[in-house]
Design a protein around this ligand. Structure first.
Ligand code: SF4
Ligand code: SF4
Length: 614
């Protein structure tokens, strides 16, 4: 045949079939490892994550295949895109190579021949190798010269990078020797297409065939053994993320990021929260296995950045270590003893430092869900162990007794509006919007100014709204995020009952935490409402001409994205749109804005705790 093609297993005798034996052994290691981890995940509690399959496939395409989070860090993007796409193409090239061989073996038909072969060589094999080489060289430069703090520098990482680099270089060298023996001697014009090896092939072409043949044979075997070893190494290193990462992304929660799940049957539960491996859900255990220890979560954690001991990466890796230590014992039916995960390994301080801001989850390329795990561990502290900081005890007492975090009398909740002529929903049951004012909007001096301003805006626009007045109590968010799920459920049920009794459908709120809870979490208690943030309503009112803005403000403004409005619920544009419609304003963005916004420090009930660390 004189069309461009490659002789499969060129220069390799019948021992070529050992290649498949080694591949099977390597895959057996990987399969056994996956099976062992699967058994450990099954120790966890049930959690429904098999719904909305098309949406989950979309997640896989966006975050596993296209790796859409990578461009946020240019170095990481070069490294990961290079290695990932490079190795993916090399994998495709290997599969095509093998398929071509067996197809020809059984049918005599050769697929990779002529221009198809040249394109395969240039756009799959050599492009894959080149991309992987660029990614790997960038990885070495990044780690040796740039040395970002968030990365760890352990032997395992260097071994992985070294193995991957060796495979690529060895692959190019193997191809170069073959070119020197074949294409360069008979059809030099075919050899250009293997551009990754072409220069080396030219250098080698001066060697005699008697030297090149054994060199090719040895290189082929080194390539086979090194690549099968790399596959087997998936089972013993963080390379396992190649398997667990996409799986974790596929099973990611489809709820808005800030949504927490209730403890089911809380009245009859024997234990609360999570401390031992079987206390976590299978998805939380899978999370721990998917972690690549990249440190992005901790590098973006406002608690960690302000000097507190909390590191979300450590929270996840602590759980992983607990799975490694106790998982096999549970599988043998034994009850492990030793240190407690919560308290001994992950400290109380670390757990109480969390703001539930979601910056870790936003940054994590594996879509690991840190916040539900941290809250579950807080639930264990609060409901099982009763280890609660004094400020949080005060918070719980105030919520229980007065329905607000500061212990103000519930009867004074609507005092801020006493001179504004605002009706309660009992007085105006036909109001279009129920305005959920929230505790801060009702009792906090600065927030009362916001409430009064919003009331004037709504009245000027002729919006028919009403408030609950003294019938409103805290939505329960601080109790829930501080781990007191029981108290949260009491408050939530009470509020849902009140809202449903009045037939409320549309709720307006200015508080991001109320917004998140009413919109996403009251559904679990039978409360289904159309919840809008006041910025969303204001934009609509301006656009429809119900509010006319005349007086120029003449100021340069910026906007801070609250975590529970932006990162947790994706409401980024309406507040900006509302501000930019003010005449004479100039809107400036802070360095950290939208999904990267820096938490104010108040979430996760932290606003009610005294700062003692960091
Ligand atoms: S939710 Fe925020 S404070 Fe808590 S671990 Fe994640 S980044 Fe840190
Ligand atoms: S949890 Fe996510 S962001 Fe944090 S180290 Fe692991 S993979 Fe990286």
């Amino acid at each position: 045949m004189d069309l461009p093609h490659k002789e499969s297993f060129f220069n390799i005798g019948p021992e070529r079939y050992l290649n498949y034996l080694f591949a099977l052994i390597a895959l057996a290691f990987v399969a056994y490892h996956v099976y062992r981890r699967y058994c450990i995940w099954r120790l966890g509690k049930a959690e429904a994550r098999f719904d909305h399959l098309p949406q989950r496939v979309g997640l896989l395409l966006r975050y596993a295949l296209a790796q859409l989070k990578m461009p946020r860090d240019p170095w990481a993007a070069v490294v990961h895109y290079g290695i990932f796409w490079g190795y993916l193409l090399l994998f495709v090239a290997t599969v095509l190579d093998g398929t071509t061989y067996w197809l020809k073996f059984f049918t005599g038909y050769e697929v990779l021949v002529g221009p198809t072969y040249l394109l395969y060589k240039a756009l799959i094999g050599n492009l894959g190798g080149t991309l992987a080489l660029i990614g790997l060289l960038a990885a070495f430069y990044w780690r040796l010269v740039v040395r970002p703090n968030r990365l760890r520098y352990q032997t395992e990482d260097w071994v992985i990078l070294g193995l991957l680099l060796f495979n690529v270089v060895n692959g190019f060298e193997l191809q170069a020797v073959r070119l020197a023996l074949t294409d360069l001697r008979s059809h030099p014009e075919w050899a250009y297409w293997a551009y990754g090896s072409y220069p080396l092939a030219l250098l080698l072409s001066g060697l005699p065939e008697s030297a090149l043949r054994p060199l090719h044979w040895a290189s082929w075997w080194v390539h086979v053994l090194a690549s099968q070893f790399t596959i087997a190494f998936i089972a013993y290193s963080k390379l396992e993320h190649i398997l667990f990462g996409p799986l974790n992304i596929f099973f990611r929660s489809l709820e808005p990021r800030g949504t927490l799940k209730p403890i089911p049957d809380i009245e009859t539960a024997e234990t609360y929260g999570a401390n031992r491996v079987p206390d976590f859900t299978w998805k939380q255990l899978l999370d721990a296995d998917a972690c690549i220890k990249c440190g992005r979560c901790t590098a973006n954690c406002p608690a960690n950045l302000t000097g507190k001991p909390l590191s979300p990466k450590k929270i996840i890796l602590d759980l992983r270590a607990e799975m490694d230590r106790t998982g096999p014992l549970y599988l043998q039916g034994r009850r492990p003893d030793g240190p407690s995960l919560v308290g001994d390994i992950t400290t109380d301080d670390e757990l109480w430092d969390c703001l539930t801001c979601g910056a870790c989850m936003e940054a994590c390329p594996m879509e690991i869900e840190h916040v539900p795990t941290i809250v579950d561990e807080r639930r264990y502290l609060v409901l099982n162990e009763g280890r609660v900081p004094r400020d949080v005890v005060t918070l719980f007492n105030n919520l229980e007794r007065s329905g607000n975090p500061w212990g103000y009398p519930p009867t004074t909740r609507a005092d801020w509006a006493s001179d504004l002529g605002i009706k309660t929903v009992a007085e105006d049951p036909g109001a279009e919007y129920l305005w959920w004012v929230g505790c801060a909007g009702s009792y906090d001096e600065r927030n009362i100014r916001v409430s009064r301003a919003l009331a004037r805006v709504l009245q000027a626009a002729g919006v028919r709204f009403a408030i609950l007045g003294p019938e409103e109590t805290c939505n329960g968010d601080p109790a829930r995020r501080a781990g007191h799920e029981y108290l949260y459920q009491i408050l939530a049920q009470q509020n849902v009952e009140t809202l449903n009794r009045y037939g409320v459908r549309k709720i307006l709120t200015a508080c991001p935490h109320c917004f998140n809870t009413l919109k996403n979490e009251y559904r679990h208690f039978g409360g289904f409402y159309d919840v809008v943030h006041h910025s969303q309503l204001i934009v609509r009112l301006v656009e429809s001409g119900r509010i006319r803005l005349g007086r120029p403000v003449g100021r340069r403004l910026t906007y801070h994205d609250p975590c529970y409005l932006g990162r947790h619920n994706g409401v980024y544009d309406p507040p900006r749109a509302a501000l930019s419609r003010l005449p004479g304003t100039q809107l400036a963005e802070m360095g950290l804005h939208r999904h990267r916004a820096f938490c104010c420090g108040g979430g996760g009930a932290r606003v009610f705790m005294t700062e003692t660390r960091g």
